[in-house]
Design a protein around this ligand. Structure first.
Ligand code: C2O
Ligand code: CU
Length: 498
């Protein structure tokens, strides 16, 4: 019970114990010489939060991270979660403040990151960069204004914890929502092995050994030969026994009920650790309206491809009957499955074929930003490059030649300057796709593409994005394959301390 926690264990924001890495270095440096980058607790970050204004309304939640057991269609799995898997959806309205008390009852450090939100930097939840880890038995209060409406989610930013049950949706509603719909469903996709075929920590250890781990066949989690044309070849590294929609495997599917003719907004989130999903609703076409929280010019499609961390919103007008909602694990020959029921009839089997999956599949490349959220035209002040490299055999994933090293940030010795227009070229020189994610900003794909915070970058290809450096702080940027990120494919973006 949170009420039994002695007040002394509560770590107050603005009064952080020293952690490790850049965060601690910055705090230490600030005692003597000015650090080269703005630190998460510096005045410009507080000023940026004040400038958000906000409604003054507060949404209060408690997230208790603890070991638990969940039932997966008859299989009991030991895992870690914030109560149910997924956690209860947090809902608020744009401009409102979230006050979230995270109580850590795990046997190890944790944190919560609010994926996709442009929030105040010291609330971003990245130990070693924006805060100290929340230790076992400790509490941490996250408090920030959620400025932009959209579909977001939350997960820890410690180790491979996001590949357990520690995740949930954060929906920021638009008080002036222009989209008309009758119902709204949150659909969270996940690849699952925790407590069924091992733990994410075991997988991380096994993969880190690379070729050696494979030869010794230590745990058998490494997946060879997952192939996808859509992903440019190798689809993933990890073999999962189960794929879930809203925490449920195909043998015990979630059932969404509605009536024929109703318009439903789907908010689809890929919370997987190592799996892209191809999503379709049997017998329907989807009108894609948003990606990563931000509106796009609507496009009709049969299916949507989501990399880890990506979100897509789509509106669909429901037919009469019982329909399969499927998320096929791209290149892994398995499927997550739920049902949509608007009438009587037998439920389709999870193995029933869904022709939409084999038709046109939408990816971010075919989207354009809604004019309301397109970046204003202006010249670029600074160009950055993130070169993604590494291989599955060596498991040496890196950005700009470095495994995560706070002393080698994305910006080199310089930071970006508050107010600059920045162009970032994300270049994938490896032979595998990566879902690249930047914290604290929603960039725009160049050439009037969509606003996004997580983008699939295919092997041998590059994606160029632009953003306004309008949210000062130290921001993580990394591959959202949790095993790639944890073994080194991560960096930070700093703002100059001028
Ligand atoms: Cu889901 Cu560093 O992010
Ligand atoms: Cu990656």
């Amino acid at each position: 019970m949170s009420s039994s926690i002695p007040a002394a264990t509560v770590t107050r924001r603005g009064f952080l114990a020293l952690g490790t890495g850049l965060f601690a270095a910055a705090v230490l440096a600030s005692c003597t010489t000015p650090p080269r980058f703005l630190t998460p607790t510096s005045a410009p970050i507080r000023a940026a939060e004040r400038a958000r204004g906000g409604t003054g309304r507060v949404t209060t939640v408690t997230l208790r991270a603890a070991p638990t057991q969940i039932d997966l269609a008859g299989t009991t799995a030991d895992t870690w979660s914030f109560g149910p898997v997924p956690a209860s959806t947090i809902r608020m309205s744009a401009g409102d403040t979230l006050h979230a008390t995270v109580t850590n009852r795990l046997p190890t450090d944790t944190s919560v990151h609010w994926h996709g939100l442009a929030l105040r930097n010291d609330m971003d939840g990245v130990p070693g960069v924006t805060q100290s880890p929340v230790g076992p038995g400790e509490d941490f209060v996250y408090e920030f204004i959620a400025e932009h409406p959209g579909t977001y989610w939350f997960h820890p930013h410690v180790g491979a914890q996001l590949d357990r049950g520690l995740y949930g949706a954060l929906i920021v509603e638009d008080p002036h929502e222009p989209l008309a719909y009758d119902d709204e469903w949150v659909i969270i996709l996940d690849d699952w092995l925790d407590g069924v075929s091992g733990t994410p920590d075991e997988v991380l250890e096994e993969l880190s050994e690379g070729m050696a781990g494979m030869m010794s066949g230590s745990g058998g989690h490494m997946m060879m030969g997952a192939r996808s044309d859509l992903l440019g070849g190798d689809a993933g590294d990890v073999a999962y026994p189960l794929f879930l929609i809203n925490g449920r495997p195909p043998a015990d599917p979630e059932t969404f009920t509605s009536s024929p003719g109703r318009r439903v907004r789907l908010r689809i989130i890929n919370a997987g650790g190592d799996t892209a999903f191809r999503v379709a609703l049997g017998g329907h076409r989807l009108t894609v309206t948003h990606t990563d929280g931000f509106p796009v010019a609507p496009v009709d499609s049969d299916a949507i491809l989501l990399g880890m961390g990506e979100r897509y919103d789509a509106v669909v007008t429901l037919g009469d009957g019982v329909f399969p909602l499927v998320a096929s694990a791209e290149g892994k020959d398995a499927t997550a499955f739920a049902l949509v029921r608007t009438g009587s009839g037998d439920a389709p089997a999870p193995t029933a074929s869904v022709p939409e999956l084999g038709r046109a599949v939408l990816t971010a490349g075919s989207l354009t930003a809604d004019p309301r959220v397109a970046l204003a035209a202006r010249s670029v002040d600074r160009e950055l490059r993130a070169t993604l490299s590494g291989s599955m055999m060596a498991y040496d994933w890196a950005i700009n030649g470095h495994r995560f090293d706070p002393d080698n940030p994305l910006t080199g010795a310089l930071g970006v300057q508050h107010g600059e227009r920045v162009r970032l070229r994300i270049e994938n020189t490896s032979q595998m796709w990566h879902p690249f994610h930047l914290h604290g900003h929603t960039y725009q794909h160049s050439g009037s593409g969509p606003r996004k915070d997580t983008s699939i970058v295919l092997p041998g290809e590059s994606v160029t994005v632009e953003f306004d450096a309008d949210n000062p702080g130290l921001w993580a940027a990394h591959c959202h394959n949790i095993y790639h990120a944890e073994t080194g494919m991560m960096t930070v973006l700093g703002y100059q301390n001028t």
